[in-house]
Design a protein around this ligand. Structure first.
Ligand SMILES: CC(C)(COP(=O)(O)OP(=O)(O)OC[C@H]1O[C@@H](n2cnc3c(N)ncnc32)[C@H](O)[C@@H]1OP(=O)(O)O)[C@@H](O)C(=O)NCCC(=O)NCCS
Length: 222
């Protein structure tokens, strides 16, 4: 009985793995969550290399409802989520900057990744596995402690106000999703999506565009 009681207390304090809010508690000096924002139990945050001294790396605005997982890879990484946005069970992987606007709808299975993780040139990535392996042996919770980011491409991502991102979409580095834009399910977005257009496919292409009448999308030829 005593053991059960202790386990329950440790879970409440977020000390045991799988204990609800533990990751949010662990990084409380690095996050600013508006009191009205909801962090669903499926949501979590992992800051691999927290900045020293501590500063806010992730912000979630008023009335937002979040089911997502956030990984911040470098001390410089920054994620900002605006107001009244609903982010499903999706992944944000950030080395530089990811910004989600206000009134955004994002479904489940979305991956938003602002970096490539590895360099294009073999010479520049040849030590990556060894580095991960060694870092893992020292501290299994941070296998990118000594990672060299010098040759890894990264560019900020901006997901505009009022946009809607369908399920299983992937959004890669440097993409700007315009205001009110819609990205169809399972699309791979590598280029900007104009405001109030619909983009679909791999790579995502515009199939309907803004008709200028207040956020109504039309076929390009209309
Ligand atoms: C984006 C979406 C809403 C657009 O719907 P729509 O405006 O009715 O689109 P249409 O059916 O008129 O399709 C327009 C064209 O794009 C194509 N298309 C539509 N969705 C596509 C997709 N996800 N991937 C690839 N092509 C797609 C259609 O085949 C059609 O091409 P065609 O004109 O050559 O035949 C819809 O396709 C979609 O992805 N729905 C899922 C939304 C979602 O993820 N909801 C989860 C809860 S948030």
């Amino acid at each position: 009985v005593l053991k059960k009681f202790l386990v329950r207390i440790l879970h409440k304090l977020g000390v045991l793995p799988g204990s609800g809010i533990s990751s949010w508690e662990q990084y409380r000096d690095y996050v600013r969550i508006h009191p009205t924002a909801i962090l669903a139990p499926s949501s979590s945050i992992k800051i691999f290399n927290p900045p020293v001294p501590s500063r806010v790396c992730l912000e979630i605005g008023e009335g937002s409802h979040v089911f997502s997982t956030f990984a911040l890879l470098r001390p410089e990484a920054r994620i900002k989520v605006g107001k009244r946005s609903q982010l499903g069970n999706s992944h944000f992987i950030c080395a530089d900057s990811i910004e989600v606007g206000d009134d955004v709808l994002m479904a489940w299975g979305v991956t938003v990744m602002d970096n490539d993780s590895h360099a294009l040139v073999w010479e520049h990535r040849k030590n990556d596995v060894t580095q991960c392996y060694r870092d893992y042996l020292v501290d299994s919770s941070n296998f990118i402690r000594t990672k060299n980011w010098e040759h890894v491409a990264m560019r900020p991502i901006v997901i505009g106000n009022k946009s809607w991102i369908g399920f299983n979409v992937s959004i890669l580095k440097g993409v700007e999703i315009g205001e009110g834009a819609i990205v169809g399910a399972s699309s791979l977005v590598v280029r900007d999506v104009p405001s109030f257009s619909v983009a679909v496919g791999n790579p995502a292409k515009v199939v309907k565009k803004d008709d200028g009448s207040g956020g109504v999308c039309q076929s390009p030829e209309a």
